[in-house]
Design a protein around this ligand. Structure first.
Ligand SMILES: NC(=O)c1ccc[n+]([C@@H]2O[C@H](COP(=O)([O-])OP(=O)(O)OC[C@H]3O[C@@H](n4cnc5c(N)ncnc54)[C@H](O)[C@@H]3O)[C@@H](O)[C@H]2O)c1
Length: 267
């Protein structure tokens, strides 16, 4: 199957680490020219020299404009809105307004800021693709992760709406919904959950895997493969979709293991 992307001009947010790095590598491997914006200057410096890097916080609309406007002036074929932070793991009433705002500012506002800078160029071209990174939490919900879940549900609403607005311009908009990805970020999320629940980390880790039909985590490269497919001509009739790469999530949070609920109910 031909998924070569020679000549494709791609923008990847948070493309210097984690899932974004796997996506950047996959796009470069298929021949795309890749522009990466990330807050981690040290990680940016380690990217392959072919990648065009910028230090950008996607929650800052001025910084996003300064980064993307010159790129968009020469045309953009693909935007991968990947940046998103985990946010706090706490009962809602313990989450501060600043924690809430920061999680939404990066994970949802950031996608808005980036999309609005590249859409005019894509409309001029009458072609383009946007891939927004959501999460299986973006349609299942997840206790103690309210701002993250709200951001990821929001990403799906943004995706559906943009697909409607842009389809007649030849622009496709889809969301990918990763399950639990192997790597440092999930290690941190598991540690926070284990602390919030008073359970061993390995128990929480196995709960994430057991909640899927295939009993699995996913590797970042497996999600990057889907992004490549959606960016390629093979995906040319796919728009407005939310596609999971997760081994089929049955539940993200089995109630039987919710220690906080048990405490509240006096068990
Ligand atoms: N890790 C998972 O299990 C998982 C599961 C479902 C969805 N996701 C989503 O996948 C995406 C990538 O997650 P990840 O696991 O690679 O995360 P990560 O925490 O490993 O971070 C990846 C990169 O994001 C950059 N970054 C952080 N804040 C930024 C900002 N404000 N602006 C620009 N760059 C920023 C970091 O510097 C880092 O290079 C996120 O949207 C995340 O919500 C992750």
């Amino acid at each position: 199957m031909d998924t070569r992307l020679d000549g494709l001009r791609a923008v990847v947010t948070a493309g210097a680490g984690g899932l974004g790095l796997a996506i950047t590598r996959a796009l470069v491997g298929e021949g795309a020219t890749v522009f990466v914006g990330d807050v981690d200057e040290r990680a940016l410096a380690n990217l392959p020299s072919a990648v065009k890097c910028a230090g950008v916080d996607v929650s800052d609309p001025g910084a996003v404009a300064a980064w993307l406007d010159p790129i968009a002036a020469s045309g953009v074929d693909l935007l991968v809105n990947n940046a998103g932070i985990a946010g706090p793991t706490k009962p809602l009433e313990e989450i501060s307004a600043d924690e809430w705002r920061r999680c939404l500012a990066v994970g949802l506002d950031g996608q808005f800021h980036c999309a609005r800078r590249v859409i005019p160029a894509m409309k001029r071209q009458q072609s383009g693709a946007i891939v927004n990174v959501s999460s299986t939490a973006g349609f299942h919900g997840m206790p103690y992760r309210a701002p993250y879940v709200a951001a990821k549900f929001g990403v799906i609403g943004l995706t559906k709406t943009l697909a409607m607005e842009l389809g007649r311009h030849g622009i496709r908009v889809n969301a990918v919904a990763p399950g639990a990805i192997t790597g440092e970020r999930m290690d941190r999320v598991i540690a926070a959950h284990a602390e919030a629940e008073g359970l061993p980390r390995e128990e929480i880790r196995s709960l994430y895997a057991e909640g899927t039909s295939m009993g699995t985590f996913v590797d970042p490269e497996e999600i990057a493969d889907l992004v490549v497919f959606l960016a390629s001509a093979r995906g040319k009739r796919i728009s407005g979709q939310v596609i999971s790469v997760d081994g089929h999530t049955e539940t993200l949070y089995p109630r039987a293991y919710d220690q906080s609920d048990k405490k509240r109910m006096g068990e």
